[in-house]
Design a protein around this ligand. Structure first.
Ligand code: THU
Length: 166
């Protein structure tokens, strides 16, 4: 998608922020490449009276985007746009870029994306935002702790209740 179109989507999403405490409305829009074409999701910040429970626009957008991914498909997020529509025109770049928690999410879910930040001239990449990002090696599926129930397999009430897994 064009840079300006994705930024426009992020700005539009910011209008839907729930930000009664900060009055700082942020929007994000992210694009994922799939074999069937590109998927786009947007998000805005949702605040909470218990301030630390607030969720940022970037994480809302990424969570939505990943719900759209076809089951079993490999995610590849290619573009992310972020807009802080209440930042004053002369706000520094630091007042417009993603917070640290979101950067860790972006490192996990959008490591290859190009980042467009409204009001920041230069497009960014993940290493600009979070150098030396913390990562863990992924375990192959076979090593997952969770046992999958075969489709169609029936489980008694008792076994279903007692087979909680993490
Ligand atoms: N916020 C975001 O949505 N994304 C960021 O990366 C930085 C901060 C939100 C959280 C809070 O609702 C408001 O902006 C002020 O911090």
């Amino acid at each position: 998608m064009e840079r300006e179109d994705l930024l426009a989507a992020a700005r539009a999403a910011a209008e839907h922020a729930y930000a009664p405490y900060s009055r700082f409305h942020v929007g994000a829009a992210a694009v994922m490449e799939t074999p069937e074409g590109e998927l786009v999701a947007t998000g805005a910040n949702v605040e909470n009276a218990s301030y630390g429970l607030t969720i940022c626009a970037e994480r809302v957008a990424l969570a939505s985007l990943f719900q759209m991914l076809p089951a079993g498909a490999t995610p590849r997020v290619i573009q992310v746009a972020i807009a802080c529509i209440d930042a004053p025109e002369d706000a520094s770049d630091e007042a417009r870029v993603p917070c640290g928690a979101c950067r860790q999410w972006l490192a996990e879910l959008a490591p290859e994306a190009i980042y467009y930040v409204d009001g920041v001239a230069r497009d960014l990449a993940l290493p600009d935002l979070l150098p030396l990002a913390f990562q863990l090696k992924r375990k192959p599926r076979s090593q997952r702790a969770r046992a999958r129930v075969e489709p169609g397999a029936s489980r008694s009430r008792h076994s279903a209740a007692s087979s909680k897994s993490v």
